[in-house]
Design a protein around this ligand. Sequence first.
Ligand SMILES: Nc1ncnc2c1ncn2[C@@H]1O[C@H](COP(=O)(O)OP(=O)(O)OP(=O)(O)O)[C@@H](O)[C@H]1O
Ligand SMILES: Nc1nc2c(ncn2[C@@H]2O[C@H](COP(=O)(O)O)[C@@H](O)[C@H]2O)c(=O)[nH]1
Length: 206
Amino acid sequence: MIKEKGILFVLSGPSGVGKGTVRKALFEQDTDLRYSISMTTRAPREGEKDGVDYFFKTRNEFEKLISEGELIEYAEYANNYYGTPKAYVQQTLEEGKDVFLEIEVNGALQVRENFPEGVFVFLIPPSLEELKDRIVNRGTETEEKIKARLEAARDEIDMMDNYDYVIVNDNVDHAVSKVQSVVLSEHCKRSRVAKQYKQALEEDLT
Ligand SMILES: Nc1ncnc2c1ncn2[C@@H]1O[C@H](COP(=O)(O)OP(=O)(O)OP(=O)(O)O)[C@@H](O)[C@H]1O
Ligand SMILES: Nc1nc2c(ncn2[C@@H]2O[C@H](COP(=O)(O)O)[C@@H](O)[C@H]2O)c(=O)[nH]1
C-alpha cells in the first residue's frame, strides 16, 4: 500500500501577534504534528536553547547552508537570517507525518511556491495597538527593534490574502482550537479512506 505523505502546515503573521505562544500551546496538547526547528543568526534570548528554540548559527554558517541548498526557505528579518531546514521537512513528510512551521511572511511565500499543497494560516492581532503592546510587554526587543518590527507588520498584514486561513489571536485557547480545526479539516479533505468511500458509493449509485 502506498503511504500517504504528511501535510505541511505553515503558521505566519506579524511579529508579536502570538505565533510562538499559539504554537507552544498547540504542542502542549496531544498533537501528531512535528515542529520544524528553524535556523537563525539571531542571538539566543534568555532561556532559549540551541536545538530546542532554534539552531543558532553564525552568519558564515548560515550563508553556507544557503549556498548548499539546505534550506527550503530563508529570509532576512530585523537584520538576522531565519530559515527552514530542508532535510527534516522532506524526510518527515515522506514518513507520512505532518510538519508545522512557524515563520515570517516572506519565508511563507517562498514555501508556498515550493509546496503549493501546503496549508497556510495567518494569525492577526485584534488591533495594531494590541500588537504594539504585545511586543513592548514581551520585553525582548530594544525600542529601535520594536519600531522596525511594527513597521514591517503593516506590510506583513497586507499579505494575509495569500493565505488559506486567517485566525484572530484575541485569545490563545481560542486561536489554538481554530488551528486544531484547520488541521482536522485538512485531514478530512485529503483522506485516502474518504476518497475510497466516495468511489465505492459512486460505484453503488451507477
Ligand atoms: N492572545 C493573546 N492575548 C494576549 N497576549 C498574547 C496573546 N498571544 C500572545 N500574547 C503575548 O504577546 C507577546 C508576543 O507573543 P509571541 O512571542 O508568541 O509572538 P510572535 O508572533 O511569535 O513574535 P515574533 O514573531 O516576534 O517571534 C508575548 O508576550 C505573549 O505572551
Ligand atoms: N522565514 C522564516 N522566518 C522565521 C523562521 N523561524 C522563525 N521565523 C520568524 O522570524 C521572526 C522573528 O523571530 P524571533 O524569534 O526573533 O522573534 C518571527 O516572525 C518568526 O516567526 C524561519 O525558519 N524562516
